[in-house]
Design a protein. Structure first.
Length: 93
């Protein structure tokens, strides 16, 4: 989450406010989610993913390369995404 937020040049407060957290506590709440101190409820995680323009699964990736791959796939049109996934799966078999 932090890497995407940094990529966008957004503060923790901005992300929090975008998803409806009160401005006075937005930075602290987003910080806790980024540090893993607290886990965001799925509803909140969906709001964060939408605000950041990433698929929900991106927020749960433990591997940066997999997260980048998910983001790249999400940017493709559905037909192109399906073709890429089919190609990669056939190459891995």
């Amino acid at each position: 989450m932090r890497s995407r937020r940094d990529e966008l040049g957004w503060s923790q407060e901005k992300v929090g406010v975008l998803i409806g957290i009160d401005e006075s506590s937005a930075r602290a709440r987003i910080s806790r989610y980024e540090l893993g101190t607290h886990e965001a409820p799925v509803k909140t995680a969906r709001q964060i993913a939408e605000a950041l323009g990433v698929p929900l699964a991106y927020l749960y990736c433990e591997d940066e390369d997999v997260a980048k791959l998910l983001l790249a796939l999400a940017k493709l049109k559905p037909i192109a995404r399906k073709q890429k996934v089919s190609l990669w799966l056939s190459e891995m078999a």
